[in-house]
Write a protein that binds this ligand. Sequence first.
Ligand code: ADP
Length: 365
Amino acid sequence: KQKLKPTAASSNMRKPSPASSSHKQQQDLNSNSLAEGKDTETLSSDSEETDEEKLIASCRGVDPQAARQILKEIVVNGDEVYWDDIAGLDAAKNSLKEAVVYPFLRPDLFSGLREPARGMLLFGPPGTGKTMLARAVATESKSTFFSISASSLTSKYLGESEKLVRALFQLAKKMAPSIIFVDEIDSLLGSRSNDNENESSRRIKNEFLVQWSDLTRAAAGRDQGDDLNRVLVLAATNLPWAIDEAARRRFVRRQYIPLPENQTRKVQFTKLLSHQKHTLNQKDFEELIELTEGFSGSDITALAKDAAMGPLRELGDRLLMTSKNEIRPLCLEDFINSLNYIRPSVSKEGLKEFENWASLYGSSG
Ligand code: ADP
């Protein structure tokens, strides 16, 4: 996998590795050793732990227990996603590069009028790659990745959830550049008119909005290269219309992530089949592309996985006695069989709703 090549500016940056909290904490505390190019990975886990405690202690007004929980459960390390892993979605990738990746890597160029957005929403049908995009943004912008959902912030203890939200934002500032990724943002920042909204989810929502505003306010008027400018709330939803109106306005950019087009489905199938013996020729691929009109990225993955079982399924128990190279290659028929079970998860009417919302509230480009 290819990593983004460091530019003159990014090689000067303080972050040697994407989305790695341990690196980041160490780097704050060991900036000299980093400058000399020493490998921080070799530091013992003991020192990592005390570094973590030092980081927590440096966050004023933050509950240490909440901060520990955020570092343990919310900061994502490893298993990185890169642009190349995501088929198609060029418009979304370009928009994310301009709105987040370039400003995070070159803060000197993005100030004043070019100041980066503090909130970006990815919306569209389920399984179209929104989560993958968010993860790629974190990797490619060398940011700490905080991945949250409404349920990860919900605590049964009164007041604990607000502490988690405060710890989340404080740590994101300390560990900037940071991406706070909120999956299913509609369940965290759902419409206020929703009668089912209970007291605790209302409190979490308010705290989240307060912390988010504070971030924007604190960053205003700061130095162009200030790390506060490099904390972004990136959110994803399959139900954009359920988001509270005030919250919606804070997502300055709202990017529609549509179902994959023909060419994108082809790229995805080609990728999925690249490590698999198969007999599909150009014409078969074309037929497959046609048959999967309306499929999302995750529908395509599900279809390919099911089809790949075809050659094994027909063996039944004989499978246990068959050597690997005797297994027949995958063919178009396997896909056609699987199409009987794996159907697109978004209906035509459902799609229309997304398109309407995109034309009303989406950002162009
Ligand atoms: P979303 O967040 O939009 O619901 P995800 O990003 O979680 O969707 O995608 C779910 C799965 O579908 C991924 O793990 C991947 O296997 C597949 N997938 C979806 N879109 C793409 C894409 N554009 N390229 C490659 N794989 C994709």
